[in-house]
Design a binder for this molecule. Sequence first.
Ligand code: RB5
Length: 149
Amino acid sequence: MKKVVVANDHGAVDVTKRIVEHLKKRGYSVNHLGVTSPDSVDYPDMAAQACGEFLAGGYEFGVVACGTGIGISISANKINGIRCALPQNVFAATMAKSHNNANFIAFGGRIEYTEPVEKMLDAFIDSPVEGGRHTKRVNKMMALEGGVC
Ligand code: RB5
């Protein structure tokens, strides 16, 4: 069964519940690392847990969420091997996979999206990685890991 790892902070409990339900409907085995309560947690800790689990292997992709999606996506992108997209809409979610070959997608629980997160998630899942000229750019992105300018 296809597997997804999911983690969120207290700012994204409701949206993450929707995401988990949608992923299950789509036939994924979902490993939700939490949280499910409004008690405050730190989004870098949740990002680290999700990315660590993903990098251990066996997952198709990961989903992280916080109030805006910003803090948890920045945190995820600090971890080697992670390419976490924070799409604004269905178009960006499509491009995140097809051009950027993202392996994580982030959402904001306090953001009013113009399109449902379920549709953004579907676009991300269903878009093939385009490769070709984008491969070189993805490789260049990854070569920036740990870099100092
Ligand atoms: C937590 O209050 C909030 O800062 C967090 O969920 C997120 O929005 C950070 O980027």
